[in-house]
Design a protein around this ligand. Structure first.
Ligand code: NAD
Length: 254
């Protein structure tokens, strides 16, 4: 797909990777509906996007609430028509071990709410978004279409991130499955699994944990959001790409 033919929906676009994707898509001529739970970030995004060749419009979106998703997509269709690209980017971290025995013998365990919040946002939110956007594409004969799921190298497993890893591994399985289901309709589905990238999410990690993670990156640094945009741009423009998750991690996975 040519990027200037794209009408995109980007979730979690108020900051970090999603904000970068929205701005870069608009810089390349796309029309973008940017959604997030953070109203302030959306307001500054709309300001920052003024004057770009494409357009960025914003609307509130909570991917854990189906009514919010429906309202957001109705606003998208009203503003731009049916989107032909969905970037499922919204995600949260709520790290913790499954169970930990403290020195005094007390065993602390991951509360169900902590598990569920990550699955609800990172996996179920992406599923409902994909289902609703793909339904709009199919109902309106939109093809080619594309869904890109933002995963993580942590989907392969990482101590302290059982909830996040399970969500991302599930998302990778869904990416492959939806690609097989939708190819005959001209809809591609791909993923990107970033390593450690310099965003507010990474800034929220404990300094020691971040330093350990950087030490494991052969390129010796965090990635920049623009380097993940380069992968998204490739997936958008390469019409023979579907069903796979691209790793962009400075060599951290093997
Ligand atoms: P971030 O925390 O900086 O930004 C995430 C955005 O998602 C925020 O603006 C937040 O408000 C929004 N969001 C959270 N819950 C939401 C909800 N229910 N509905 C709508 N929006 C919601 O994170 P980031 O680093 O930009 O991460 C973006 C994506 O990339 C996430 O899926 C994350 O898991 C993934 N990722 C990030 C890294 C990294 O190192 N930064 C690495 C691998 C994968």
């Amino acid at each position: 797909m040519r990027i200037d033919s794209v009408t995109a929906v980007v979730t979690g676009a108020a900051q970090g990777l999603g904000r970068c994707f929205a701005l870069e898509l608009a810089r390349a001529g796309a029309r973008v509906m940017a959604g997030d739970i953070q109203a302030d970030g959306l307001a500054t995004l709309a300001d920052e996007a003024r004057g770009l060749p494409g357009r960025v419009e914003t609307a509130p979106l909570d991917v854990t609430q189906e009514a919010s998703i429906r309202g957001f997509l109705a606003a998208t269709v009203q503003r731009f028509g049916v989107p032909n690209l969905l970037v499922n980017n919204a995600g949260i971290l709520r790290d913790g071990l499954l169970a930990l025995r403290e020195d005094d013998g007390f065993v602390r365990k991951m509360p169900s709410a902590q598990w569920k919040s990550v699955i609800d946002t990172n996996l179920t939110g992406a599923y409902v978004m994909a289902r609703e956007v793909v339904t709009l594409m199919l109902e309106n004969g939109v093809a080619p279409g594309l869904v890109v799921n933002i995963s993580s190298i942590t989907g392969a497993g990482n101590p302290g991130q059982g909830n996040y890893a399970a969500a991302k591994a599930g998302l990778d399985a869904a990416t492959r499955t939806w690609a097989l289901e939708l190819a005959r309709h001209g809809i591609r589905v791909g993923g990107i699994a970033p390593g450690l990238i310099d965003t507010p999410m990474a800034a929220g990690l404990a300094a020691a944990a971040r330093a350990d993670m950087i030490a494991d990156v052969p390129l010796g640094r965090m990635g920049r959001p623009e380097e993940i945009w380069a992968a998204l741009r490739f997936i958008v423009e390469c019409d023979f790409f579907t069903g796979r998750v691209v790793l962009v991690d400075g060599g951290a996975s093997y």
